[in-house]
Design a protein around this ligand. Sequence first.
Ligand code: ANZ
Ligand code: ZN
Length: 889
Amino acid sequence: YGETTISEIDAKWLARWESTPRTFQSPSTSTKPPYYVLSMFPYPSGTLHMGHLRVYTISDVVARYKHMKGFNVLHPMGWDSFGLPAENAAIERGVDPAEWTDQNIETMKAQLKRMGARFDWSRELRTSSPDFYSGTQKLFLELYKEGLAYRAPALVNWDPVDQTVLANEQVAKDGTSWRSGAKVEQKYLEQWFFKITRNAPFLRHSLESLKGQWPEHVIRQQENWIGESSGSRVKFPIKIAGTDGSSHEDVLKIYTTRLDTIFGVQFLALSVTHPLVQKLSETNAGLKAFVDNIPNLPVGTKAGYLLENVKGFNPILQETAEDGTLLPARNFDLPVFVAPYVLGGLGTSAVMGVPAHDQRDFDFWQENCPLEPVRFVIVQHGAKDRMVEPRLYTSTPKRVFAAPGITKGVLNENCGHYAGLSCVLAHQQLFATLKGRGMALPTKRFKIRDWLISRQRFWGTPIPIIHCGSCGPVPVKDEDLPVILPKIKLTGKGGSPLKQAEDWVKTTCPKCGGPAERDTDTMDTFVDSSWYFIRFGMDPDPKHTLMPVDIYIGGVEHAILHLLYARFISNFLQLQTGDKRYLEPFRRLITQGMVHGKTYQDPQSGKFLKPEEVEIIDGGPAFTKDTFVEVNVTYEKMSKSKYNGVDPTECLNKHGLDATRAHMLFQAPVADVLDWDETKIVGMQRWLAKVRTIAARAEVEVEFHRTTGSHSKAMVAEDAPKAAAQLMREVRQAVAGVTSSMEEVYSLNTAISDLTILTNYIHSITPESVGPEMYVLAVETLLKLMSPVCPAISAECWEFMHGPRNLLEEQQWPEEKQFEIKEVKDTVDIIVHINGKYKLTLRDQAIGWADEYDVQEWVYDAVLETEEGERLLSGREVKNVIVVRAKNL
Ligand code: ANZ
Ligand code: ZN
């Protein structure tokens, strides 16, 4: 047994798991409660990396644990197999993207199996198979029917040389195309959107229900991304002068959260996409030039274009105050600008500019009207009679009086009879006044924008829409789904790849039967991943489809978009089906940290060194091999250029799957960055060697018992009961610690330390010192607790003790209460029958550890110890000693 190598153990158990797949039973037939463990499915890039190894170790540990806890576990795996790399490989090397993808999947699947993960491969899916993408297309059409999928013009990256749209990833940092090197242009194209904004209120408010279940920072990121604010829509009258001297009046609707600052409005500003700007630029050449030049301006530009022929008016100043007070005299005209800092599609795409109280407006004002004073309307709250002398106008304010003013500020006399009111109160009154005049309405606004799902790419789900000259866009009929991707040769040039598949594009209109064309866009791959988890849980009877996911594990880089899109789609299905299980798709979320690699850098040249170029002295400092200069050792994101990458398969082959998995979990809490230092893995290997030693000792005892039917009583030490009680305390502590780590997941590293502590304890004692039964029980419990983390070695040890038919992974998870030792001070009376007849009663017997040990043997000893007992038992053949148990024994 001791001779079996780690790689033999791995090979044996991997084969065993392969031949006994663990599949999820339909909840309609299984009596066990279902539990859905999901890890984010990988993009089949070619090979698994250490980050994959980390996330799938975590999910496998949870799945194996839940299985032992008696759940019917769904732990599926699939492939997010549409996307750009396959397409790039096709363009560069002429390979078929489908073949490239399938090959990568082969490799990566073998790697996943090598780590001993118990995935339910019967439910494997790949998003690029027509089987799956017909579902994606159905989902698109459902959204389309509900008006949640629509088309609108949007800016795209355009490569003028290759005449093609580029994904953001294909645009280099300097703004050139990855392939042609041409300067990338921005161009408007008709694009498909999902109207995620319609569900923004739900997506925002439902986050409350996830608190405590999702990492706080992920909830916060979602909140910020959705970005709720409540404000007002206010109408500002404007006058537009025509070129012929005529003029007409209109209104501009702006959106503001700070109505209390309305007396401080000094200009109005429109986004470039505002309809008025589009209209005016038709006749205003200067404006058109400004708009066309915007893509060349730096991000965050404060540039503006003054619309000379437009004047704005502040709606609050058109008032003749009821109490007769006169408002300060002022110039009523407001300049109107076009400004890129005002975002299109947000609010009303127009703002009222308040330089004194909004930083962005202030910066804009400084840039465009540097000589104009700034008009303050809010001052720091103080006692009214001590009101700070209001600096009504100042041309050189140090800073704006912004956010804190909302609660702390009061309006000053720039605000007529509103002066002296707190901002909150002023806000209410101003709103009431303006609303009364039909100039303001309350609105809630979300920062989130609709989801642009169109990609002018090949390797994605085709959009199931047909464009007909007379009927417009028409959905593909259900029975004609899926719309299969055609086979074409990809060149990376000349517009949308699908446009070039002319035979495929040409079709007939499902409505009128006339000639029509297929939509040539494909969907963002985030659409695929927004519903794959539902597909995994599908049951022939939709009532039994397993939703929601009980625990979802994945990279924090998906904390915003993927999770938001998945929540949107799931919520949409909830609205459609009325099935509450879709409300929030992921009950619990665990985000794991990155795995960093050990990086060596020459301090002089700054060059990164390969591991074989350095020599490490006693696990301490590292030196260059040739010049013997000490090198800097850091941990950084793994990359080829830094020679700090680690191949998971190599690592698994070298150290075995158990040590690799344990090391992965032990080195850092799940959510933290993990510095991968392979030299430390020996710690895990030593631990596992100890486990094998004590398991071998336990096996000897089991074997003895099996062949003799007795527990080698003679050898047991005098104070075994005490030592056994101590051992049970240790076991109980480990059960409590490991179980709570498994439930919390975030502290899986402490589970490993609990396991090593128990191992060391068992290693330090002998079976004789605690009694063989107790020893065996402790070892068995240790193996059960280890099984999720180190499934191969623990299964091997278990099999050694119990034979091949009794599998460790089918055992029940130990419970703390099984190891409770009643430290009973009480005594009991024991009524003893010998050979079927009442013989004597032992009074006031301290029972101590008796019920944890062997009661019969203990009583036999106790009887022997009495005079009468000795007389009764010695020299007689005792067939049986029956204890009529006292109540608390
Ligand atoms: C006047 C004002 C005065 C504003 C003040 C703020 C402070 P949040 O809270 O993020 O929702 N805004 C409105 N629409 C905009 C757009 N399309 N592009 C850029 N900015 C826009 O921000 C709401 C504030 O953002 C609004 O309130 C508006 O400026 C600006 F002391 O109006 B505020
Ligand atoms: Zn038609």
